[in-house]
Design a protein. Structure first.
Lengths: 803, 341
């Protein structure tokens, strides 16, 4: 929301600087995002009178003597075609800053500093300026558009600073307005706040007008009261379309709007000043001199002012005449009812359209305007009424037509003007704030904010201003008070009335923290990736069409296809992270992520889906499967669980390097090497290994900590070098060793050998077996017996023999 | 004669030990003289052939030899050991500037570190941690937070929808309602988690972390919110950091405030981090809206409360000086390995 300081000054006697006002607005809830000093680039430019002007032979130049008052009479060379003796124009003194223009004298190319110069051998001590050179347009100052000197009136004093004369001493406040204050999306709305914060009276804009009787009736019918709760129309005749006066053009220009003509400018001016979108129809184009507010018929068409044609449906609200749409309600007028230079009579519209309806239509059609933006923020009917008065007042002030007494005000059951009375408790307000604001101070603040205030003991009875639809209950009043009283009055206290509670992570959250610690201790870096990916990521992993991972939840309005599917597995995100690292030259890494996957109970989704946590581990670079397995075993150790790894397959893993991770007979995840075919497709220069475990199942394997007393007798170890057939797995041998003797508490492979010495199709494997005694010491003889049993078991079941 | 024999033996010992350089060969040599079959032992055995009256004298001589030999071997052992040690030192001399071997140590994601630090700060004040679902329905994410359909505040957030009813939560505030529906005051919870908004540019990410805090009890005031935030600012950003409240708007709190902390980089004088203002915006907060309490079956005339919400990435970026939010989601190991616990 842009508010020029000069405009605000029309309504409030502002006696502080722009910076001070910015500070005050900030304090009461209106952050000035930018304070624009519109003349900041222009310095040392004064009024000069050309007292002598002689042409320079053979050039378009004139050499002038310019009286600059206290700055002296300066010799200045000037190339403008309108330089002449007796004129007054802005003079940039030596050292002044002005805008540099291109050869066309119109295009601004930055800021320049004026230096003493020589043109065609003639000394020049400054520059006579055009409007462009000092940043003044024709809408800011009459005649400033001329491509020559900007002529100043004779009444200006020589040597005087030109900035106040041209309005360059102005500031524009670009203010961010919170969603609860649509009433402040206007100059008047900001002025109300400024008046309150400066404790000054508000000079309200004149909304009165005189009418002339007319017998020419106008009929208004509202067939969609839910979308148009209020519609006011007023008939104005004897229209004289003309340019707007300078003061109005300047206001519009400061807010970034171009002047069109008096009638159109009035609608725009009222929108800026009051925050109420207005529309003016050329009444002669409205068939039957009537307005019908209704939903569009499916397939009905309208061409708007900007010559775009839209096909409508019953969700779109249109303003029609006797038979056709004449405006897209609240968004833009129709081309067919546009105000033209020969328009003689018009119908003003000030209405309230439901914000949702305007928003939906505006979005659906892709057609936006200042009007639709305002309706989307919210318009109150108090302002709707006021704005019509203001527009008619301006018609008279600008002398551009005759205001008739034909006024149609359609109120519907959905209409309400917002004014209300409420009673609030002073002590409750103070209790919420935690401080005691003096009652007189409360009353003063609320009165400044235009509330009617009556005090009766602890009760404040308030007449809420009609435009304050955000005021609902006593905390709203507390907020009004504290934002004006000042948040610096709020001092920190430490919940003296609250009950003591026990805080921190719960057991499950602590367990997750511990798991992360175990992973970090294994040298893994934790990553965090987006919860959504593309269906193509599942294709990349060759996930079969009927796999559960393909039963996913889709986002209706994703940013793009690549972020459109809620993930059902973390593997693609991990793989992409690995790829990104390798492409950036990070050739090695160990990563993990604990995050949710989203599993629908049924599709399309009708109920909350299951959000299941997964642990995903990714290793890449100089590593092998056993690095990955080691990490997972460390995870198992950290929760005192034991996992088995059983050869398995996954669509995206190497068929020979892939295992199911099993705990208590349940598959809780997988681990393996990325299929070289996929690695090839992604042009990966290093091997990648991925494991994914179901977090809940993993944590359900956790065994509680229980202290075990140390054994009374020492443990005994024996090394066994075995020869096995090539296809016998290490896991099978370990199982057989454990199975043969109950005193075996640990079996550890320490060497593996394949070669001529053990024969073809065979391998040698060496294990350290630990025996832990129970009630009596294990003597060497006893141990020999156990080993014998183990060897028997091995040879019987696995054809494994001692080497 | 025995004397001659002894002299010869002495010479032999002198001769054979002259070039001894290792304790092992010295021990072997000593064995050769003192062992069961050793020459000195043989001498002792020879006592049998010595006439009885001469035995004490001969014994004396032999004992003297043995003592002499023992002393000699001990002295030799000492010096050989010294030589051997010298050699060991020389052989094992290490270039201590060669790289060390360390166990790999990983790193937590900065968001994890920030969440833990925040929980740590608030746990001491009695806040429990609650985690709600990320796929929420319209009711918990908006309506129950005093943001019915058609509310202007819905435009403040670009929501990802799954169906008309189900959506990706845009704020962890959704969790507030779930807690208040189940738990009656006193309530003190923190709710960290992922939230989603359809925004994707240099300073926005479609997924980011938020931490919501909620207190509901008897007599809770805006001053209590301020007191708690002061404590938070001091613990997270530094002991001299102050907070500033300024008016703002959230549908689920009233009054609502934006909370700034004094710039911990420049101490409030104005610098690049605080864009010259001396203050840094860190979170939004306010007193829980009465309608929100009512909707959860909590009597707003009996209880009041406050809520606050902050962006995890924002805190991480401020704390660690990370200038690009995207880095937090890219998983670049060069970035990650810097964040030790």
């Amino acid at each position: 929301m842009k508010a020029p300081l000069s405009w605000l000054k029309d309504y409030v006697d502002i006696d502080v600087t722009a910076e001070e006002l910015q500070e005050k607005l900030f304090g009461c809830g209106f952050e000035v995002e930018e304070l624009i000093d519109i003349g900041k680039d222009i310095t040392n430019v004064v009024v000069g009178e050309v007292v002598e002007c002689e042409p320079v032979e053979g050039t378009h130049l004139h050499v002038c003597k310019v009286d600059c008052g206290e700055h002296g009479v300066l010799q200045i060379c000037c190339g403008a075609d309108n330089v002449a003796k007796g004129i007054k124009a802005p003079v940039a003194l030596v050292g002044a800053t002005v805008y540099a223009t291109a050869k066309d004298h119109v295009t601004v190319e930055g800021v320049m500093t004026i230096k003493k110069g020589k043109l065609r051998g003639i000394d020049s001590y400054g520059m006579l300026c055009s409007g462009v050179e000092i940043g003044v347009s024709g809408d800011m100052y009459e005649g400033a558009d001329y491509n020559g000197l900007l002529l100043l009136p004779a009444s200006c004093k020589n040597g005087e600073d030109v900035k106040p004369i041209l309005g360059l001493d102005d500031y524009i406040f670009d203010i961010s307005i919170t969603a609860n204050r649509p009433d402040c999306q206007s100059i008047l709305g900001i002025a109300r706040e400024v008046a309150a914060v400066l404790n000054k009276p508000l000079k309200h804009p004149d909304c009165t007008y005189k009418t002339v009787h007319s017998d020419e009736g106008v009929k208004v019918t509202d067939l969609a009261p839910d979308l148009c709760p209020r519609y006011i129309a007023h008939y104005v005749k004897d229209i004289k379309i003309a340019p707007s006066p300078m003061w109005m053009r300047k206001r519009l220009a400061l807010c970034g709007l171009r002047s069109i003509n008096n009638v159109v400018d009035i609608t725009n001016f009222v929108l800026l000043e009051m925050g109420q979108p207005m529309h003016a129809f050329d009444l002669s184009t409205l068939s039957g001199r009537e307005i019908v507010v209704r939903r569009a018929k499916d397939g009905e068409k309208i061409t708007t002012l900007d010559d775009k044609t839209f096909k409508l449906n019953h969700d779109n609200l249109v303003i029609c005449d006797g038979d056709k749409p004449a405006a897209l309600a609240g968004i833009m007028g129709g081309l067919n009812s546009e105000i033209e230079s020969d328009t003689k009579e018009l119908l003003f519209e000030a209405a309230k359209f439901a914000r949702d309806s305007v928003r939906k239509t505006s979005r659906a059609l892709g057609q936006h305007s200042d009007s639709s933006a305002m309706f989307e923020k919210g318009v109150n009917e108090y302002t709707t009424e006021l704005a019509m008065g203001r527009a008619l007042n301006l018609i008279q002030a600008l002398n551009c037509g005759t205001v008739t007494d034909v006024h149609c005000d359609v109120r519907t059951p959905y209409s309400h003007d917002g004014a209300k009375t409420m009673a609030v408790s002073i002590s409750k307000i103070n209790a919420l704030l935690g401080i005691t604001v003096p009652t007189e101070e409360m009353c003063s603040i609320l009165q400044r904010l235009d509330f009617g205030v009556k005090v009766d003991g602890d009760t404040l009875t308030l007449d809420v201003p009609a435009y304050r639809e955000d005021i609902d209950q006593y905390p709203d009043i507390a907020e009004e008070i504290i934002r004006m009283y000042g948040y610096e009055h709020i001092h920190g206290t430490f919940m003296p009335t609250a009950k003591v509670t026990n805080g921190g992570f719960n057991d499950a959250q602590k367990a997750e923290n511990n798991l992360k610690r175990a992973l970090v201790e294994q040298g893994l870096y934790e990553i965090s990736t987006y919860s959504f990916y593309s269906e193509k990521d599942l294709d990349l992993l060759k996930i079969p069409a009927d796999a559960p991972e393909r039963k996913f939840i889709k986002i209706k309005n994703p940013i793009g296809e690549d972020l459109s599917v809620m993930r059902t597995t973390l593997a693609p995100s991990m793989l992409h992270t690995i790829v990104r690292n390798l492409r950036r030259g990070n050739m090695e890494g160990r990563l993990f992520e604990i995050a949710k996957v989203y599993l629908p109970k049924e599709l399309p989704l009708t109920d909350f889906p299951e959000e299941r946590k997964k642990l995903c581990i990714g290793l890449f670079g100089m590593c092998d499967f056993f690095d990955l397995k080691g990490v997972i075993e460390a995870v198992a150790d950290s929760i005192r669980a034991k996992f088995e790894f059983v050869p398995s397959t996954r669509s995206f893993l190497h068929p020979g390097v892939c295992a199911d991770i099993i705990c208590d007979g349940k598959v809780i995840g997988y681990a393996g090497r990325l299929d070289p075919a996929i690695a090839d497709e992604l042009a990966l220069e290093r091997k990648a290994f991925i494991a994914e475990l179901d977090y809940e199942q993993l944590m359900s394997c956790a065994q509680p900590f229980k202290y075990k007393p140390l054994p009374k007798f020492p443990e005994v170890t024996r090394d066994l070098a075995l020869v096995a057939d090539m296809d016998v797995t290490c896991g099978q041998i370990e199982q057989a060793i454990y199975g043969a003797c109950k005193y075996v508490t640990d079996v550890k492979l320490f060497d593996i050998y394949v070669g001529a010495q053990v024969g073809a199709g065979k391998k040698s494997m060496a294990f350290t077996v630990t025996f832990t005694p129970a009630d009596e010491a294990i003597t060497p003889e006893k141990c020999d017996g156990y080993v014998k049993k183990i060897l028997n078991n091995l040879s019987r079941n696995l054809n494994v023999v001692l080497r | 004669m025995i004397e001659e024999k002894i002299e010869e033996l002495k010479r032999k010992i002198d001769e054979t030990t002259k070039d001894i350089k290792s304790s092992k060969s010295l021990a072997e040599l000593k064995m050769a003289f003192f062992g069961k079959q050793g020459e000195i032992s043989e001498l002792m055995k020879g006592m049998r052939d010595v006439p009885k009256e001469k035995r004490p004298e001969v014994g004396k001589i032999i004992n003297a030899l043995r003592d002499w030999a023992n002393e000699k071997f001990d002295a030799l052992a000492e010096s050989v050991k010294r030589i051997e040690l010298e050699e060991l030192y020389k052989a094992e001399k290490t270039d201590v500037t060669l790289p060390g071997r360390k166990l790999p140590y990983g790193a937590y994601h900065p968001n994890t570190l920030v969440i833990r630090e925040l929980v740590d700060v608030f746990a001491g004040m009695g806040f429990e941690v609650f985690e709600g679902p990320e796929i929420e329905n319209d009711y918990y994410n908006f309506t129950a937070l005093n943001t019915p359909k058609d509310h202007p505040a819905r435009d403040m957030q670009d929501t990802f929808y799954i169906t008309d009813e189900l959506l990706l939560r845009t704020q962890t505030s959704a969790g507030q309602i779930r807690v208040m529906e189940k738990k009656k005051p006193p309530i003190k919870i923190l709710s960290p988690g992922k939230v989603y908004r359809s925004d994707d540019d240099a300073t926005h990410s479609p997924m980011f972390g938020q931490m919501e805090g909620l207190v509901v009890d008897k007599g809770i005031t805006l001053c209590d919110l301020k007191g708690m935030l002061d404590e938070f600012a001091r613990k997270v950003f530094g002991p001299s950091v102050k907070t500033r409240l300024r008016p703002s708007y959230f549908p689920f709190t009233e009054p609502s405030v934006e909370v700034d902390v004094s710039c911990f980089e420049c101490g409030g004088k104005g610098c690049r981090l605080c864009k010259g203002t001396g203050w840094i915006e860190v979170l939004g907060a306010g007193m829980v809206n009465r309608r929100v309490l009512e909707g959860c079956g909590i009597d707003p005339d009996e209880y009041t409360g406050f809520a606050f919400g902050m962006g995890i990435e924002r805190i991480a970026m401020l704390k660690y000086g990370i200038n690009n939010m995207k880095m937090l989601f890219e998983g670049d190991v060069r970035f990650l390995k810097q964040f030790k616990d």
